[in-house]
Design a protein around this ligand. Structure first.
Ligand SMILES: Cc1cc2nc3c(=O)[nH]c(=O)nc-3n(C[C@H](O)[C@H](O)[C@H](O)COP(=O)(O)OP(=O)(O)OC[C@H]3O[C@@H](n4cnc5c(N)ncnc54)[C@H](O)[C@@H]3O)c2cc1C
Length: 288
């Protein structure tokens, strides 16, 4: 199916993007187009104009800055996969990027697009939640930083304002005693997460878990932290039994989606199973 007609703009600065968003309230940013274009072709979205950020300088690429890894919003999964900085500092990001869709999706899809789109089955919302990332956005009132915990509100809904452009994502470099992992049960055709679980575990000098973050995507309408699992693990020895018991709480209090691919009960089961796997992998990494 063809999308409905639209105006097209190709601004060359962040300020011009913001100006165009303000002047075109029915307009939408387009980055890699791998989420927006399929929706337009299905007529689930019909923006009156597309504001292509492909020519905007300064919003792509990866750098280290003051203990943080900063990834430009327009950076593609493929660029992430080729980054030595990411390979060295954030292997979990490599794990996640390598299982996004297929080569074509990874060549075009961007990390900023993934955040802004907030697809309930996307991988990066869960990965960025466990990494305690923050998102820089620019809008009519200037720049602001949004903690990732405050970003995802509901299905396809974030706390970004309609006139805001995500410019970069900042990720604190995990400490040497922190291991981070991501495990997903993929849809066999698209690669999207039927359930994906991220886990970050820090082991203290006493050998016990001193901090834990666990996140779930795909299972419900929006990526969320699994607070029950986190609380059950902190202060405990990271033994197989303790991990299993904590992982059993991953589905507590969550809203699950049911569809032709997986029912609610099955997604809840997968959430617990993949929480255990992700936690064990994170602990293995934390131990070095
Ligand atoms: C076949 C297929 C398989 C896929 N499989 C997976 C998968 O396994 N896992 C996964 O996570 N994803 C998957 N995706 C989605 C893919 O990763 C998306 O491309 C990506 O999530 C969105 O990035 P994009 O650059 O394509 O965004 P676009 O499609 O260009 O934009 C998506 C939305 O974000 C907004 N937007 C984009 N950039 C910005 C910005 N910088 N600031 C503010 N708003 C912005 C746009 O206005 C739009 O509303 C798949 C897609 C396809 C087509």
């Amino acid at each position: 199916m063809y999308p409905s007609s639209f105006d097209y703009f190709a601004p060359t600065s962040v300020d011009d993007v913001v100006k165009l968003l303000k002047e075109n309230p029915e307009g939408k940013i387009i980055a890699g187009g791998h989420s927006l274009l399929p929706m337009m072709k299905l007529r689930l979205a019909a923006p009156a104009s597309l504001i292509d950020i492909g020519k905007v300088p300064g919003i792509s690429g990866i750098r280290e800055e003051g203990g943080n890894i900063v990834i430009g919003a327009r950076t593609t999964y493929d660029q992430i996969l080729k980054s030595d900085v990411i390979k060295q500092a954030l292997p979990v990001v490599i794990d996640a990027a390598s299982v996004v869709g297929d080569i074509q999706v990874r060549n075009r899809g961007t990390i900023g697009g993934s955040i802004a789109h907030a697809d309930p089955a996307a991988d990066f919302p869960a990965v960025l939640l466990v990494l305690d990332a923050s998102v820089n956005a620019t809008g009519p009132n200037g720049q602001r930083t949004v903690a990732i915990d405050d970003m995802f509100v509901d299905m396809f809904t974030t706390s970004l304002e309609p006139e805001e452009l995500v410019t970069e994502i900042s990720i604190p470099r995990p400490s040497a005693k922190t291991g981070v992992a991501y495990q997903k049960f993929s849809h066999p055709a698209s690669g999207y997460a039927i359930v994906g679980v991220g886990a970050s575990v820090t082991i203290g000098d006493d050998g016990k878990v001193s901090a834990a973050r666990v996140s779930v995507t795909g299972a419900g309408p929006v990526a969320v932290r699994a607070g029950g699992t986190e609380a059950a693990l902190v202060g405990q020895e990271p033994t197989a039994d303790n991990v299993k018991a904590a992982a059993q709480k991953a589905s507590d209090g969550m809203t699950f989606l049911g569809d032709i691919h997986a029912g609610e009960e099955y997604r809840a089961h997968l959430t617990r199973v993949f929480a255990e796997r992700a936690l064990n992998h994170a602990i293995e990494r934390a131990r070095g």
